[in-house]
Design a protein. Structure first.
Length: 274
């Protein structure tokens, strides 16, 4: 499995297919496997790279001194340098979009397209931030995500109507329950605080190129509701799509819709760049 040493830690990624490069950046508490349907389809035409956040999947712990999503964006640029990749289309879902915006603003020459999914560039609303931080404190104190907390955390990621006995729902729950205390305390909880304590980038969204940007959001996303996507799309001046019958992890709840939309966006971007 490919790894790169960045800021003293081992960052894991998958690298599949050939052609123009697409970088898939996923959600907090998920690893690169969340992109399996998109990797399978996109890698028929593109070089697809999908990475694990620090402390997630096969990646090492959060690097010492990492304090912000700007650090995450810088680290991903270091990964692209390590791979000798000049330019990518970045598809960022949830926290992947939060640091993806920072990468786009700090190094616009490295992107030929940006897709932001189920994400928000503004600050976390204060009631929600305090609530999430209280959950992090419980996890930090106990060293586990207890069954009671799993009942709270797992449904956040899915549409309300999902079958809680479905393989998608249950596999995510089992994976969270198995996270070891050291990983939770050293990486998962600190990464959560970084994510939900982020600063406000809404005033800078107008700097993004509306011609090369697309927003998507599950039509039943609870933590990042469609209203946030519409707000950002207006600030950027770009189009947005609502993913039918999908919650926060919209690419897994309606993979066909999301994959088709990404293939169309990528084909359009590639034709324009020829």
């Amino acid at each position: 499995m490919p790894f790169a040493t960045i800021d003293g830690q081992s960052l894991h990624y998958v690298d599949q297919g050939c052609g123009p490069t697409v970088l898939l950046a996923g959600s907090y508490l998920w690893d690169q496997a969340m992109w399996a349907p998109q990797i399978a389809a996109l890698s028929q035409h593109y070089r697809v790279i999908a990475l694990d956040l620090w402390g997630h999947g096969e990646s090492g712990p959060l690097p010492k001194g990492m304090t912000s999503l700007d650090d995450q964006a810088r680290q991903v640029l270091a990964l692209l340098d390590h791979l000798d990749i000049d330019c990518v289309t970045l598809v960022g879902l949830s926290v992947g979009g939060m640091w993806g915006v920072r990468l786009a603003l700090s190094a616009p020459q490295r992107l030929n397209g940006l897709v932001l999914m189920d994400t928000y560039a503004g600050v976390e609303p204060e009631p929600t931030r305090q609530y999430y931080f209280s959950l992090f404190k419980q996890i930090e104190d106990s060293g586990i995500i207890s069954p009671q907390l799993l009942d709270i955390v797992v449904p956040i990621f899915f549409r309300p109507g999902i079958d809680p006995q479905s393989a998608l729902y249950q596999s995510f729950r089992v994976k969270l329950a198995a996270l070891p205390p050291e990983r939770l305390r050293e990486s998962i909880v600190p990464m959560g605080r970084i994510t939900f304590g982020r600063d406000d980038l809404l005033p800078r969204l107008g700097e993004l190129d509306p011609e090369t940007t697309l927003l998507m959001c599950g039509d039943q996303d609870k933590p990042r509701p469609p209203s946030e996507t519409k707000e950002m799309a207006e600030l950027i001046g770009c189009p947005y799509l609502l993913v039918p019958e999908a919650g926060h992890i919209s690419n897994l709840e309606n993979p066909e819709f999301v994959t088709e939309a990404l293939l169309k966006f990528l084909a359009d971007r590639h034709q324009r760049s020829i």
